[in-house]
Design a protein around this ligand. Structure first.
Ligand SMILES: C[S@@+](CC[C@H](N)C(=O)[O-])C[C@H]1O[C@@H](n2cnc3c(N)ncnc32)[C@H](O)[C@@H]1O
Length: 217
């Protein structure tokens, strides 16, 4: 089964570097792929979020690659890792351990394919860790996870608890509605990254994605 899914991933995606982290190649479904425009019933994957590199994830990974000291020798957890770019960026930044965590097991396989493609080793977890203590980890990366208000409530409270415990919690986001004004008051903005033209067009006209840090107090 695993090998079958791996070959489906390879068959239906292409190597792409057309994003904010061009030093990293990722297997993605792009407009050059048949599945880009195929109806859902012809798609062998259910909700293949991992096959796209979301603006928030691109910004987070870019920020890590530009600030490798933040992850060097540390344990980094990329929650909702999708294609695995956050964990791969952390591994490129010499994290002690970089963990790609996604509840979609296909995303986990895709992140392993992508890690191998980039010559790095990552750990993976398909457990739902939202709410968990995560006592072993030092840095938490969250790329584009604030798209659903109910989930954003749960996620943000958990991330705030982790930040208060002293973990570095970074959130990449292009302006999704889950990032309310009230929540923004609890964040410091670390960087803003203009998106490539095609990413803007594919993402409802968002023009940039920001990286935020949850304040520890
Ligand atoms: C919009 S995608 C973002 C993917 C990636 N971070 C990026 O920016 O390219 C959201 C991802 O979160 C995953 N996800 C949703 N709920 C989750 C949870 N409770 N724990 C871990 N992953 C989750 C989904 O399977 C999906 O791959």
């Amino acid at each position: 089964m695993r090998n079958q899914i791996l070959s489906q991933i390879i068959k239906h995606t292409i190597d792409s570097s057309a994003h904010l982290t061009p030093e990293m190649a990722l297997r993605l479904i792009t407009p050059q792929c048949a599945l880009w425009s195929a109806p859902p019933e012809e798609n062998p994957f259910k909700d293949p979020y991992w096959a796209f590199y979301w603006p928030g994830g691109q910004a987070t990974a870019r920020y890590i690659l530009d600030n490798k000291h933040l992850v060097k020798d540390r344990v980094v957890l990329d929650v909702g890792s999708g294609c695995g770019a956050g964990a791969i960026a952390a591994a490129m930044g010499h994290a002690r351990t970089a963990v790609a965590n996604d509840i979609d097991p296909v995303a986990i396989l895709a992140s392993q394919v992508n890690a191998q493609l980039n010559g790095v080793t990552i750990a993976t977890s398909s457990e739902d860790l939202v709410g968990a203590a995560c006592s072993d980890c030092d840095v938490v990366l969250v790329g584009d996870m604030l798209y659903d208000e109910e989930f954003a409530d749960k996620l943000f409270s958990w991330l705030t608890r982790l930040a208060v415990q002293g973990k570095l919690v970074l959130i990449g986001d292009p302006g999704r509605h889950g990032l309310t004004g009230e929540r923004r008051c609890q964040l410091s903005m670390l960087g803003s990254f203009p998106l490539l033209q095609h990413t803007c067009e594919e993402n409802h006209g968002y023009t940039d994605a920001k990286v935020w840090r949850i304040k520890a107090e």
